[in-house]
Design a binder for this molecule. Structure first.
Ligand code: CP3
Length: 348
């Protein structure tokens, strides 16, 4: 018989992602590493964002900061989805005024041909080092998550060459020149696959695929432009670790997401959790879905009340990982994060 007494955070997380019994929902927050924490901002006085990502000791430190302060059940590596295009030859930096800027945009067949898959794992050696150090540091106590961007979401950034209000170029290429679009997505799929295999070999407990721009596609386009590529990646990982699929604005695509091979589906904050619970089969775990803006704009009392609603909606459903329904924003208040954490820990 499985007992749920005295679970470590790592065990709690690992049971929940497999829809096994737990004492309470495990929790972590998307974008918990960095941004909202004063100890992160202190490091930012000395180092740029990309330097913090590329230095394993510093990336480990930023990853551990939210674990020390809040005791989350899982740590997510401090890094970025755009380290993949960077390793393929498209350098970028974070603009302190907000957003990211790449050195050039991928706009032609020639640009796609120049992108290199061969050296991705070698160039991302700093990620490998950081994950190995984290595994040692966290030991059996706390779960460790790796991650990637989905090929589609990466393509949207690579084709604009920056954070922009509207990611139209990848959509246009998909609609007007499928052959070229597929050439880019094939390269990205190959790069993401080798990258994730490297992450898995370091001993991570699970990994998350961020398809943050999946919802920019019409439901009729989603599978061809995004879903099939992530499905291919998940299949080639061979079930070695549980895979969390997070996408934003794609609840019109539940059948595709359920069939994606992902073991856990991230539920975005605009999706009705009770409805999602009815649709998602019992063998797939669910992650989410508190509204992230609450943490910046509401009071601790309101955050506790909304956190309780999420937990109540998922009561009795094996396989719930508490999280936000999208990433923590820089304006999130520490007392609100604390209220969320206390509420999840004390939920009976
Ligand atoms: O979850 C975590 O804490 C791990 C670290 C992490 C970061 N980015 C650090 C980061 C993760 C998992 C990401 C994923 C990521 N990166 C996504 C997908 C998730 C999502 O929010 O939809 C995307 C789209 C990116 C690309 C990216 N990185 C953009 C567009 C920007 C600039 C805009 C922004 O959101 O700040 C970044 C910068 C970034 N990535 C920061 C952090 C902590 C901010 C850097 C800073 O403020 O110092």
């Amino acid at each position: 018989m499985t007992t749920t007494a005295n679970l470590t955070a790592r065990q709690r997380f690992n049971h929940a992602v497999r829809c096994q019994p737990v004492d309470r929902a495990p929790m972590w927050l998307m974008r918990q590493a960095g941004r909202a924490l004063p100890e992160y901002r202190k490091l930012k006085e000395k180092w740029t964002f990309v330097q913090l990502c590329q230095n394993p000791e510093l990336a480990v430190e930023v990853t551990l900061q939210p674990i020390r302060r809040f005791g989350f059940d899982a740590a997510i590596l401090f890094s970025d989805i755009l380290v993949i295009p960077e390793a393929m030859g498209q350098k970028y930096h974070f603009k302190e005024t907000g957003g990211v800027q790449m050195d050039f945009a991928v706009t032609s067949k020639a640009d796609i041909e120049k992108l290199s898959v061969e050296h991705v794992v070698e160039r991302l050696n700093y990620v490998e080092q950081a994950l190995k150090m984290l595994r040692k540091e966290l030991g059996d106590q706390t779960a460790l998550l790796g991650f990637t961007g989905s090929p589609w979401t990466l393509a949207t950034f690579m084709m604009e060459g920056a954070s922009v209000p509207k990611y139209g170029r990848a959509l246009q290429l998909f609609r007007e020149d499928k052959q070229t679009f597929f050439a880019l997505l094939e390269k990205l799929t190959a790069a993401v696959t080798v990258y994730l295999k490297m992450q898995i070999a370091t001993g991570i407990d699970a990994l998350q695929i961020f398809d943050s721009h999946g919802g920019h596609l019409a439901p009729t386009e989603f599978q061809e432009a995004s879903g099939r590529w992530t499905n291919q990646i998940i299949a080639s990982l061979g079930g070695k670790v549980p895979v969390i699929h997070f996408s934003l604005g794609t609840h019109g695509n539940w059948p595709d997401l359920i069939a994606s091979g992902a073991n856990i589906l991230g539920i975005d904050w605009q999706t009705d959790l009770a409805e999602a619970r009815k649709i998602i089969p019992a063998h797939i775990a669910m992650q989410g879905n508190l509204s992230p803006v609450l943490l910046a704009e509401a009071t601790p009392k309101a955050v506790a009340a909304e956190t309780n609603k999420v937990l109540e909606t998922m009561r009795g459903r094996p396989g719930h990982i508490f999280n936000l329904g999208h990433g923590l924003t820089p304006a999130a208040k520490l007392e609100n994060i604390q209220a969320l954490v206390d509420t999840v820990k004390n939920f009976k």
